[in-house]
Design a protein around this ligand. Sequence first.
Ligand SMILES: *Cc1c(COP(=O)(O)O)cnc(C)c1O
Length: 377
Amino acid sequence: MKQSTHFETLAIHAGRPVDPTSGAITPPLVFSTTFERATDGSFPTGFSYGRTDNPGRRALEDCIAALEGGGRAFCFASGSAAVTATFSLLKPGDHLRAPAECYHGTLTQIRTLFATHGIEFSLFEARDAANLEHQLRPNTRLIWVETPSNPLLGVSDIAAIARLAHARGARLAIDSTFATPLAQRPLDLGADLVVHSTTKYFGGHSDVTGGAVIVRDAELAKELVNRQVLGGAVPSPFDCWLIRRSIATLPIRFRAQSETAGRVAEYLAKSPRVEKVYYPGLPTHATHELARRQMRYHGAIVSFCVPGAASEALSMAARLQLFTRATSLGGIESLVEHRASIEGPTTRTPQNLLRLSIGLEHVEDLIADLAQALGHV
Ligand SMILES: *Cc1c(COP(=O)(O)O)cnc(C)c1O
């Protein structure tokens, strides 16, 4: 049973044995920062110090690695810390290629923390491998891709970009936060690193921040151990416990939220009071065909534009009653956000765009709320 490769079963059992000392079904929460040595100085349980490793983090990492079909997962205190660990694999003089359209915090991080330390970096526009090929340099060492992307849900061809990266001696890292392993497993498609903000779907209840990097390559794993343990941006035992607990319902939540999001996207696409809808599951979406091939579900994020400018989008958001105006995504409650306000003056996000994160409420209630805010009732 525990050898299963089914997500639902792994989400319950991977890294979650019955506690051998107490028989507890629920993993005990171990806060200890230090662990007893044997008389010969060794560590009989394998645990020595909380930052290095601890039972709760080990359990979480084993589970995430199993879900991603990866060799090792490394958990961090936030998605941003996982992103930092990945970029810190680069050395001065290396070139990093990242998409112009991705989570704004990632681009800000590159500009603020890495471009100032001798990492060359440039942004690519087109999402397809054919265009990307001309944009690589001899010193390109890492291609960063976020798919689907924030906030326009653009889907990139992971397998094609992985082939291109490897032909040029570069690594491919996929920020798969919007997909989760339920929708896509980038390592199976040839990516070298998968990055998640586990604050989002993995945590799923908007009550814990976290991040993870998953790799198969043993050399890469060694480099990441250093980033995690020496860098020290590790999650607390309670953070790990919360995320591990939430993963048990991740397959069911993600499926249900994706299904509701698909219905919401269809509803919005039919409304004459909506200018444009961005959802990979819609046949009208620019990268729908690729999404159909690459993703098992299309996720719970739906972006849409209302006619007009920022003020029209903001007043639409203000009229919503069931959707809470807040940042973040992937939680059980539906949220709405005006991304352009958050991203600031350099944003490329349309001013009339709202991003929805669809939660677990009943689909008819969500659609009714959107209908009244759009003025259909
Ligand atoms: C939220 C997010 C991050 C950053 O994660 P934090 O947990 O907020 O640090 C990175 N990438 C994507 C796609 C995100 O949505």
